[in-house]
Design a protein around this ligand. Sequence first.
Ligand SMILES: N[C@@H](CCC(=O)N[C@@H](CS)C(=O)NCC(=O)O)C(=O)O
Length: 222
Amino acid sequence: MADGRLVIGTRRYSSWSLRGWLCVRLAGLDVVEEVIPLAQPDTATRIAALSPSGKVPFLEHWNVRVWDSLAIAEYCAEIEPSLWPSDPVARGFARSVSAEMHAGFQGLRASMPMNLGRHDRPLANGVSDAAAADIARIDALWTEARDSFGDHGAYLFGTQFGNADAMFAPVVTRFLSYGVALSPVARRYAEAVRRHPLVAEWYNEAAAELETWLSDRYESVD
Ligand SMILES: N[C@@H](CCC(=O)N[C@@H](CS)C(=O)NCC(=O)O)C(=O)O
């Protein structure tokens, strides 16, 4: 019997679920996954029946209940401390960029919702000023992390794909979906994240989801 349960939303669309799922898998937690399709008439009721915040992801592990992706990342790092860099300077940076991601980038998130079925197709009406500012800030953060801490590996803080990479993985998917132009350093980082086996696994599982789970809310973005 598993040690708990992770409740997530449609893999194709649920960016916060992807973050929580990556942290849980990176920490090696033995949990069953329960997927609640998003944007269906009963979505809110089904999530509310399980998750205290009415949102996914929601983790139950042993007798611990954790909701919100950043709290899940912290919980997973208690079990697998290497999810944050060991060096305090790098760790401070990793926590800060993760928190900044969690709290911000509304311009990008609102105009480019995660949709793993969309590939390299720019927005028909171009990128808004708010989204462009978010993209520039994210590119600068990735470049600074890679230049300062990423020396020996492909990820933000080196060889290990950790919590900060998990927080930005759905941003990588958006950049790939909407054909966003990036600096060479940020582009290489995005490609490395896309190639990570867990990210590839999530994409594969998303591609196998039911057609009835497709939603206009995400698919009609032009
Ligand atoms: N701050 C939360 C945000 C979670 C969130 O907004 N999740 C969305 C799915 S990506 C959700 O549960 N929406 C409820 C719904 O669609 O009814 C986190 O970091 O986990």
